[in-house]
Design a protein around this ligand. Structure first.
Ligand code: NAD
Ligand code: TYD
Length: 399
């Protein structure tokens, strides 16, 4: 039986991962550590933490005494570190918090894992560790910086790797550029958020090199799906369309992101945890590059179609169906230092570990919107006073 320490599991991806592993593996124990920032919602995982296999601990990854106690009290085999400050716009407002949580918090877990897992030394003085343990960091493609956008319109993506071609089968793929992030791309972070994530990646790689700590890093592209906090692009646009509110699109709306369905990401994390070669980094991408404005239009079109077809969904609307159209879009001031394009080359994880993003965007966005339409209670719960204050501060004067 494996015992996991999953940090940040009350947030978007961590919660999806918790649900995923509880369904997939019967014989596991999971310790959840989350300090419940504005982005952590216990309601998201209330059924999961009632499961006899799960123990929830409210606390901070920076708290050395607490993290030490967790390693003392439980026989932790796997650490999966989701806990982080994760929103670029907030990092521009308050960079220090990002450095503290994302770098120092991660280092605190690494240090405690090292001490707890160490069971000897080799002849060169390197620590030796208990069999079967691993620290997995959930990082981001944003550590690589920004790629050039070479095309105004998407073109067909032609795969060169034969293995990847076989895995991708008939899937229609598109791109806006000639270059992609691979695991060999140099780190070149540009926002306080991405620099804090790059900082934690470097610390982890230093622990792997200096202390031979068994680690993996996954660097994923933009996730979307259920339980996504409505300050990020897709859930914010869904929320605003349903409420008939303006849709704030930064700059010219032509920045490109590579969208990954969160359950596909959870599968990748589970595979890397179990089969990833020690010390390796794996990029996890959705094979779905799209411009923000196209995403926003697709959200509008998909919601419109769903509410026209289903009377139950119409009850969720806080506006008239006629108001659901592109007039909701409002171009607002651009984000400072806004990265132009992200695009991941997932060849390594696909060919070495057999993972592929199975959900195409059309299906993924429909599943996501249906989830939001059917889970309004969750949406209302997270749209608390704190959220409203943040929203007013961010967009109040712009739209
Ligand atoms: P999120 O903001 O939704 O959730 C973060 C969780 O971490 C919350 O539950 C919060 O309460 C918890 N947390 C924050 N600070 C903490 C601390 N000091 N101690 C304990 N818990 C703390 O984030 P997410 O979108 O689920 O992202 C999870 C991870 O994946 C992050 O590390 C992020 O950098 C990375 N990532 C996310 C995306 C994405 O598209 N969402 C893309 C690439 C990488
Ligand atoms: P976001 O979801 O914040 O993720 P990230 O910045 O980590 O990629 O933003 C995705 C893209 O959407 C990014 O290019 C910024 C843009 N964006 C908007 O145009 N309007 C918005 O209100 C938000 C939140 C994001």
């Amino acid at each position: 039986m494996k015992t996991y320490l999953v940090t940040g599991a009350a947030g978007f991806i961590g919660a999806n991962f918790l649900k995923y592993i509880l369904k997939l593996h019967t014989d596991i124990k999971v310790i959840v550590l989350d300090c419940l920032t504005y982005a952590g919602n216990l309601g998201t995982i209330k059924e999961d933490i009632n499961d006899s296999r799960v123990i929830f601990i409210k606390g901070d990854i920076k708290d050395n005494d607490l993290v030490k106690k967790i390693f003392d009290d439980y026989h932790i085999d796997y650490v999966v570190n989701f806990a982080a400050e994760s929103h670029v716009d907030r990092s521009i407002e308050n960079p220090q918090l990002f450095l503290e949580t994302n770098i120092l918090g991660t280092q605190n877990i690494l240090e405690n894992a090292k001490k707890s897992w160490m069971n000897g030394q080799d002849k060169n003085g390197y620590p030796l560790y208990r069999e079967g343990v691993k620290f997995l960091q959930i990082s981001t493609d944003e550590v690589y910086g920004s790629l050039s956008k070479d095309y105004n319109e998407a073109i067909d993506l032609k795969l060169e790797n034969e293995d990847l071609k076989n895995i991708a089968k008939d899937r229609k793929l598109q791109t806006y550029g000639e270059t992609f992030f691979t695991e060999k791309t140099s780190l070149d972070p540009r926002s306080p958020y991405s620099s804090s994530k790059a900082g934690s990646d470097f610390v982890i790689l230093a622990y792997a090199e200096t202390y031979k700590l068994p680690v993996n890093i996954t660097r994923c592209s933009n996730n979307y799906g259920p339980y996504h906090f409505p300050e990020k692009l897709i859930p914010l646009m869904i929320k605003n369309v349903l409420e008939g509110k303006t849709l704030p699109v930064y700059g010219d709306g032509k920045n490109v992101r590579d969208w990954l369905y969160v359950e596909d990401h959870c599968k990748a994390i589970d595979i890397v945890l179990r089969n990833g070669a020690l010390g390796e980094v794996y990029n996890v991408g959705g094979f779905n590059e799209e411009q923000n404005i196209e995403i926003v239009k697709l959200v509008i079109d998909t919601i419109k179609k769903l509410v026209e077809e289903n009377a139950e969904y119409r009850k969720v609307l806080k506006t008239e169906i006629e108001n659901i159209n592109y007039d909701l879009i409002s171009y607002v001031q651009d984000r400072l230092g806004h990265d132009r394009r992200y695009a991941i080359d997932p060849t390594k994880i696909a060919t070495e570990l057999g993972w592929f993003p199975e959900t195409n965007f059309e299906n993924g966005i429909k599943k996501t919107i249906v989830w939001y339409l059917e889970n309004q209670e969750w949406c209302n719960e997270v749209a608390s006073g704190d959220y409203q204050k943040y929203y007013d501060k961010m967009y109040g004067e712009n739209i």
